[in-house]
Design a protein around this ligand. Structure first.
Ligand code: HEC
Length: 404
């Protein structure tokens, strides 16, 4: 008697998910029997993404899962989780994207694609508002910032967009959002490798010779070596950038704003690349205490806008909010912090309170943690913008830390 069949009666959905995930590799036939029913139920706290991903890691697993789910009404919460994962990572195979789609509204992408291209580009140029577009670009629901960095900060899954507007036309920006596969940015061609053991790897080729291929594995987020002798087949697959992201926008106007922002990125003016040493990579935390919290888990990442400001929206976490950045000091000496607004603000360097942030601060060699506490009521709707410069005649040398 097969003990696994009785899984259907296990009430804890997380346990069932977990068991089915294990079966995909160990005993696919058993997994097939159980998966449809499991995905029709409210996942509660269980990780539906992990379960679905399990099928995408085996050869033709996407087709198998699609077949099994044909007549299943997938629980809306499962759809929401899986779609949101795809928007952030682009990892869901095309065949499954529609199946798990959580979009009810008429698709904005489809409407925009049916418009006259020249007229749409004209509207972006004439009516789009780049400042609003930047806010939209930074929205979590749109996921742009989970793959693209701008300048010294942000992820590197997609190309850095710091100067994308200088090199390409407005029509190219529109196409990049609506039809990511129409033209793939150089060096970002995505390949799918099926190995002789039926496992699969997807990513962009970083290096190859006669004996191995090294890819930036997009699921694992790191480089993986694939011995040439173990590669069964390789095929070009769609851009990692998900199509249909525009459906997360509220209106056509928002699309005009977003495309406008991209089209001016890097142009002379307010969206030009500014390489001056602003703190752009931040960690922020809300906490009641007088001192900055010590536990790492309380701090979440945030990044300044193109103009160097960490906007109020990223700080609006509580009454008292901490924000910290990092500076690598190569040659010690005094540094001046040019802070946009000093009301309701306290400062620590490496955990030591600085009594007067307006005076030059002596920095010793090494990685310095620059932490601000902000009294949000006193600062009203202000963001935080911090530019570092050497004090007059100082020989101090430093670099503000960027990255993810
Ligand atoms: C899952 C990762 C991912 C997400 C999310 C994502 N992108 Fe991309 N994007 C990429 C990759 C990878 C490329 C390069 C391949 C290609 O051109 O399609 C790219 C290319 C682009 C390009 C062309 C860049 C160039 O140098 O030619 C633009 C513009 C762009 N994305 C804008 C956006 C915007 C706006 C959003 C949010 C609505 C977004 N992307 C969301 C991964 C992503």
């Amino acid at each position: 008697m097969n003990a696994l069949k009785s899984l259907a009666s296990v009430s804890d959905i997380a346990t069932r998910y977990h068991a089915i995930s294990g079966l995909v590799v160990a005993d696919l036939e058993e997994a097939k029997i159980l998966v449809g029913e499991a995905l029709a139920q409210d996942p509660l706290d269980a990780d539906s993404v992990a379960l679905v991903s399990e099928f995408t890691r085996i050869r033709r697993g996407d087709a198998v899962l699609a077949g099994l789910l044909e007549d299943v009404s997938i629980h809306p919460e499962v759809k929401r989780n899986v779609s949101s994962y795809h928007r952030q990572t682009g990892q869901l195979p095309e065949r499954l994207v529609k199946l798990f789609s959580d979009s009810h509204q008429d698709s904005l992408s489809v409407a925009l694609l049916s418009e006259d291209k020249t007229a749409l580009a004209h509207d972006v140029d004439e009516l789009g508002d780049a400042a609003r577009g930047e806010e939209i670009f930074r929205r979590e629901s749109l996921a742009c910032t989970s793959c693209h960095g701008i300048g010294s900060v942000g992820p590197t899954i997609g190309p850095n967009l710091v100067a994308v507007g200088t090199a390409a036309s407005t029509s190219y920006m529109i196409e990049s959002i609506l039809e990511p596969n129409a033209s793939i940015a150089e060096h970002y061609e995505n390949m799918l490798f099926t190995m002789t053991d039926d496992s699969m790897h997807m990513g962009v080729i970083a290096y190859q010779d006669d004996s191995e291929v090294i890819i930036q594995d997009s699921a694992l987020g790191k480089e993986v070596k694939l011995p040439v002798g173990k590669i069964r087949s390789k095929q070009s697959v769609p851009s990692l950038m998900p199509a249909g992201l525009a459906d997360q926008l509220k209106s056509r106007d928002e699309f005009l704003d977003l495309a406008k922002f991209l089209s001016v990125l890097g142009d002379p003016g307010p969206f030009q690349n500014d390489e001056r040493p602003f703190i752009r990579k931040w960690r922020v935390a809300a906490a009641e205490g007088a001192e900055p919290p010590r536990e790492d888990s309380l701090w979440k990442p945030a990044y300044s806008k193109v103009n160097g400001e960490l906007p109020f929206g990223d700080l609006d976490l509580g009454k008292r909010v901490f924000a910290k950045g990092f500076v690598e000091v190569q040659t010690p000496g005094p540094v001046v912090l040019d802070i946009n607004h000093r009301d309701g603000l306290e400062l620590w360097i490496d955990g030591e309170a600085v009594s007067d942030p307006s005076k030059p601060i002596d920095l010793s060699k090494g990685r310095k943690e620059v932490t601000f506490a902000l009294d949000m009521a006193e600062r009203e709707e202000l963001g935080l913008k911090v530019l570092l410069s050497p004090d007059r005649d100082s020989s101090v040398k430093f670099k503000v830390e960027g990255g993810i």
